[in-house]
Design a protein. Structure first.
Lengths: 493, 234
């Protein structure tokens, strides 16, 4: 604690440095770059991206989709070449603000929240959302049936906010449509709500799913452009209007079976009027972060309990087991330690259903983390037991104790003392590794942060707040371990 | 009454290194026998084979009626080995006290867990043993807080708490300062009065002169060089 003030000082300096680096590096209109390079870079997510933009099944190097065709046409109008940049969908706007590309063009709904940070071209598609359920599920007929049901949707999308307006619907968010429809098929969710183009592309391919009810809600897709590039916006809008007027865009939509009467409005929609200022304050996301933090704590405790329990028996198997038992324990430990936790989580959650084993997201998360850390715990305990002097076991044996008694009353208490510091270390590491389970739809702290940040674009403030939450939870653990060590030290061994 | 210890044809090797070769030795109940000999002749190994801390290659050992033999199946005979250890106390050169337990708990662990004595009785017996070794006031202390001599006295008390018939001492004074050796000799003499059988590996002249009823000198491979009765003044 003596060193705290200087540390704080350096910390603040570092923070200042980061903040200053975050300031805009250049403010030139993106059109300048497009004109100079002859390339119009546009961002989208090709993973599960049909029919918008996705890899051609016949030639995976080539991107196809209705947005690919529209962008090619726009680029042609502007006399440049369209270049696709592949980014995760929920990173579209942040990547645009990082100047990874000049225009985000991938089913980006025009929302008040987004209009705060970027500008939109005129709309190029009017969409609604489509509910999908399992074919044999006769109970579900429409929007009203979603109440009390688990409903999957695209993270940070317009459909997510649509669902969240009804508090009785349990919303599960996914990075893309493929995972969501997969979980619907296996029964983890009861319904899925996606933009109609996705539903009309993916659902007919799957004989076990069906679309129900009339499409709900209504929104517009627009191209996202940075606010510092009014000239680019003007030129892209001009090109879009030309495509709409000439009927080129209708031809594209008809080819993709996406044309409906709603699209007649494209002609009238000139430019967007600024909507009323949105709510999107930071304060409303604090409860979401706190809820995520609670899930993180719960997840850590259950996983660690499992890791300690399994690790203990693994360690005994490796030390005292018969040859085949030792061998199995060794294989388990080496395989678990030698493969990424992320892959283990994917296998447990998305892989096991192929074998008919269905785990809830939380179960898969606890199991994944627990199994993974048990291998590390086992090795820590083994080192602890091996570090107890040989004379201790002999003294216990000479009193006529059995193997279990020797272990329990003499060896383990002494090994535990040696295993405590590395074990605490592991618990803190596990605590932070819980952020990985966000990939299997568990809404823990990191995922809560990600959602809050991608909606408000307040990455820095929310990021610092989230880091602070993690720290506030893990630091007491360190303090507790330290006091425990001191107590043992005071006892003189 | 059968002999306290009867060793027949005992052979112990570590790899090619023969440590004990065809040893025959009988110790009668109540004897206080000292084993002497240069270091490296296998005296400590001999004590360790007696409680089966070391398995051996040939021969057999009778502890009262219990037989330990070279060919026995250790897994099947676990209970027999434990019984042999229960009735045979062992005092280590380096004490081997349990560091995470208080002095009193060190003495009670065996009686409570192995002999299944009620806590109250085990505690009373442990306290009276501590009284006899002069450490009653250290009952609540952890071993790390004791001097070497005090630790060894706890080690002896821990062995005696199991009501053994025989106690084996492996150089009990070797790691102690000279002035502590004297108090150790007194403690051993105190317990020699209890008609226990004691087998002591030591070079300590005071032990040999004032306690031993028998002095056995061992040469290489535990060959018996001499075996003499010793008259002690009670």
């Amino acid at each position: 604690m003596r060193f705290f003030p200087p540390k704080l000082f350096y910390g603040l300096c570092f923070l200042g440095l980061i903040l200053s680096l975050g300031a805009p590096v250049y403010a030139a209109d993106a059109w300048d770059a497009v004109r100079k390079t002859g390339e119009l870079r546009w961002g989208g997510d090709s993973a599960g991206g049909a029919p918008y933009v996705y890899a051609d099944p016949e030639n995976p190097k080539r991107m196809i989709g209705f947005e690919v065709e529209i962008m090619d046409q726009i680029a042609r109008q502007l006399g440049v070449k369209a270049v696709f940049v592949d980014v995760p969908w929920d990173d579209l706007v942040p990547a645009l603000l990082r100047h990874n590309f000049e225009i985000a063009f991938n089913g980006l709904e025009i929302t008040p929240g987004r209009l705060e940070v970027i500008q939109f071209t005129q709309p190029y598609y009017f969409f609604s959302a489509q509910i999908t359920v399992r074919k044999e599920d006769g109970r579900m007929t429409g929007w009203q049936d979603l109440e009390g049901k688990k409903t999957g949707t695209l993270a940070t999308s317009f459909t997510q906010s649509l669902l969240e307006q009804n508090k009785k619907i349990e919303v599960v968010t996914y990075p893309g449509p493929v995972e969501a429809y997969h979980d619907l098929e296996s029964g983890r969710v009861d319904a899925v709500l996606f933009d109609a183009p996705m539903a009309s592309f993916y659902v007919p391919q799957n004989p076990r799913l069906k679309n129900i009810g009339v499409p709900v809600g209504e929104g517009m897709y627009g191209g996202g452009i940075a606010k510092d590039s009014p000239e680019l916006l003007q030129r892209v809008n001009g090109a879009l209007r030309e495509l709409i007027r000439s009927g080129e865009i209708e031809r594209i939509y008809r080819r993709w079976h996406l044309w409906d009467e709603r699209q007649e409005n494209l002609k009238e929609a000139a430019s967007l009027s600024e909507k009323s200022r949105p709510q999107a304050g930071l304060a409303q996301y604090v409860p979401i972060l706190l809820q995520g933090a609670a899930v993180t704590v719960l997840l850590s405790c259950f996983s660690m309990a499992l890791a300690v329990f399994l690790g203990f028996f693994l360690c005994l198997a490796k030390l005292y087991g018969t040859r085949p038992v030792r061998w199995l324990a060794n294989i388990y430990i080496e395989v678990i330690r030698g493969t990424p936790l992320l892959i283990q989580l994917y296998l447990l959650y998305y892989g096991l259903p192929n074998l008919g084993i269905q785990l809830s997201a939380m179960t898969a998360a606890v199991l994944g983390l627990g199994l993974n850390y048990s291998a590390y715990e086992a090795e820590i305990y083994r080192a602890g037991l091996l570090a107890v002097p040989k004379g201790q076991e002999e003294a216990a044996r000479c009193l006529g104790m059995t193997g279990w008694q020797t272990l329990w009353y003499v060896l383990i208490p002494q090994a535990a003392r040696m295993a405590l510091p590395p074990s605490t270390n592991d618990f803190i590491a596990l605590f932070k590794d819980t952020s990985l389970v966000s990939v299997i739809t568990v809404m823990e702290l990191t995922r809560a942060y990600n959602q809050a940040a991608t909606r408000t674009y307040r990455f820095l403030e929310l990021g610092l707040l989230t880091a602070l939450l993690y720290f506030l939870m893990s630091f007491p653990l360190s303090l507790w371990a330290r006091s425990l060590e001191k107590k043992q030290h005071a006892a003189g061994y | 009454m059968p002999p306290a210890i009867k060793i027949e044809g005992l052979t112990k090797r570590f790899g090619d290194n023969v440590v004990i070769e065809r040893l025959d030795l009988t110790i009668q109940p109540g004897e206080v026998a000292v084993l002497q000999g240069p270091s490296g002749v296998g005296k400590s190994t001999l004590l360790r084979t007696l409680t089966y801390l070391e398995p051996f290659q040939a021969g057999r050992i009778l502890l009262g009626e219990l037989e330990l033999s070279a060919g026995m199946d250790v897994r099947k005979e676990r209970a027999r080995i434990r019984a042999a250890r229960r009735q045979t106390g062992f005092v280590f050169q380096f004490f081997n006290l349990f560091p995470h337990r208080t002095v009193l708990e060190n003495l009670m662990l065996g009686p409570v867990q192995v002999l299944k004595l009620p806590l109250k009785q085990a505690r009373a017996e442990a306290l009276s043993l501590l009284e006899r070794v002069g450490l009653a006031e250290k009952a609540g202390a952890y071993p790390a807080a004791l001097s070497g001599g005090q630790q060894q006295r706890v080690g002896i008390a821990r062995a005696l708490a199991m009501h053994p018939r025989t106690v084996l001492f492996d150089e009990p004074t070797a790691s102690l300062d000279p002035d502590m050796k004297q108090e150790m000799v007194q403690v051993i003499r105190e317990f020699a009065k209890d008609k226990l059988t004691l087998l002591i590996v030591t070079h300590e002249p005071a032990v040999i002169e004032s306690i031993a009823t028998r002095v056995i000198k061992l040469g290489p491979r535990c060959a018996i060089l001499s075996d003499q009765r010793n008259h002690v003044s009670g």
